[in-house]
Structure formats: C-alpha cells, structure tokens
Design a protein around this ligand. Structure first.
Ligand code: FPP
Length: 249
C-alpha cells in the first residue's frame, strides 16, 4: 500500500482519520439495516426510522462523492421486503423515494451524482415508476459517483433475470463466461463492490449482490443504519484499508 495521506477535500464530514485517498474502495455497498429498531428505541413509528435512514443516506452519498468513491450501492427494498412488509411500510419507502426525486434531482445534477436502480421496478405504482424514470434520465455535465439504489432487488432474482436475457439473446453456450454474465446483471459496466457494509447487528448478506460480492471485504457493525454516519463510514474504510487483499494470490 502507498504512503498514507489524509483526504484533503472540502466536505463537512471528513475527519482527521488517516484514510489513504490512493487506496479507496472503488465500490461500496451497504445493507441499510436497523431503521425500525432505531425508531422503536425512540418511541417512534417504523416510518420515522426509514425517514431517518433516508436522511442519513444523503449524507453518506455526499460524503462518498466528496472523498472520491466512484460507486455506491444501497439496499433499500429487497424482493422479500416487497412481498412481506405491510403496504403501509412499502408506501412509506416509496414516499421517501418520491421526496428524493422532488428535492434532490437538481442537486444530483449539479454535483455529479448519477442515479441507477438495481431490481425489477416494473411492478411499482405508475407514480413511482415515473419518478424513477425522471431520475434515470438525468444528464450530468460531469459524473462523480454512480449511486445505485436496490429496489425490489434480490441477488438470486438478478441472476435468474440475467440467465433469461442471455437465453432470449440466443447467446451460444460456449460464449457464456463470467464476464458475459456480469454484463447481464443490473450492475453491468460497474466494478464489483470491494467493501460491503452491514450495520444493524446481523451477520448475513440477505440475498444482496450474490454474484458481485465474490471478493468483497465484509464489514459488520451493531450500529443501526440511521446512526451509521459518514464518520462511521470513514472508520469502515480505514478498516478496509488494513485488510490484506490477496484476491486469491
Ligand atoms: C431495513 O431495516 C431497511 C429497509 C427495509 C428500508 C431501507 C430504506 C431506507 C433507508 C429509506 C431510503 C429509501 C430510498 C427509497 C432510497 P429494517 O426496517 O429491517 O429495520 P429493523 O432491522 O430494525 O427491523
């Protein structure tokens, strides 16, 4: 690893922790867990936890953009959440998404945040699909970070979707290799995550980025997502930079 240099960027979140700006993860993925417990501990409703989580998410994305991370993926709604959570809760998450589109579109355009969705959002209500499309259509002068939001996303579902499309495209069996499968995933063209973070105290991956996580470093913490501030992320990046990434060597 090269000599450590503190990130010298103009961001309100950057601390004096010695993270090496030459060895940042290219792609950070986060399972945003613990919103409801965070709310319950404060006598609030589950939706208040998701709102606090959405506010924290904006700080995290801005921080990543400011220090030079090029890709961030967050798990906002799994295929299982979509099927099993109450209509009220799912509607609440859609409401937060609509607010992001309403309030952040201009800021994303100005500050180089390119929005992507990973997952099958075709079954969503028309208003939500229209809002997603509005975000996907943003044209940036200068892209600084790709921001992937996983919505109705499941790692297995993504692989099924890829295989179906490979068959539809009549790709001959001898042309199917790892590189081709990667191109058929929702993350097509983006590097695999180097660092996957799960706040909220659970030690599982919950069907997240199953193909892409092959060599990711996995960081778990008990801190609940709304409290996983940029300062905590900086500690996770510091931890990541201490790993000996042999990548099979
Ligand atoms: C998991 O915590 C979190 C979710 C299922 C929703 C995550 C959504 C947000 C943070 C809002 C951001 C929204 C968008 C659209 C970008 P949990 O509810 O399972 O919490 P628990 O483990 O405490 O029960």
């Amino acid at each position: 690893m090269t000599t450590k240099t503190t990130t010298s960027v103009n961001s309100p979140f950057v601390t004096d922790l010695q993270i090496d700006k030459n060895a940042l993860p290219k792609h950070i993925a986060i399972i945003m867990d613990g919103n409801r417990r965070w709310a319950k501990a404060r006598g609030l409703k589950p939706g208040d936890g998701h709102r606090a989580g959405a506010e924290n998410l904006q700080n995290i994305v801005n921080y990543c953009r400011d220090i030079g991370i090029k890709n961030i993926t967050v798990y906002a709604l799994s295929t299982e959440n979509w099927r099993k959570r109450s209509l009220e809760e799912v509607k609440g998450i859609f409401g937060l998404l609509l607010e992001i589109v309403r309030d952040k579109r201009e800021e994303y355009t100005r500050s180089g945040i390119r929005f992507f969705v990973l997952g099958n959002f075709q079954a969503f209500p028309f208003k939500v699909k229209r809002a997603i499309k509005k975000m996907l259509d943003i044209v940036l002068d200068k892209e600084r970070i790709k921001f992937n939001v996983a919505l109705n996303y499941g790692g297995r579902d993504e692989i099924v979707h890829a295989v179906q499309n490979i068959i539809k495209d009549k790709v001959p069996a001898n042309k199917v290799d790892e590189e081709l499968i990667s191109r058929y995933l929702y993350t097509s063209g983006q590097p695999d995550p180097d660092l996957i973070i799960r706040p909220g105290g659970e030690f599982r991956l919950s069907n997240f980025l199953l193909w892409q996580m092959s060599y990711a470093e996995l960081f778990f913490t008990d801190i609940l997502w709304p409290d996983f501030t940029p300062k905590e992320l900086e500690k996770a990046i510091f931890w990541y930079q201490q790993r000996d990434r042999r990548l099979g060597k």
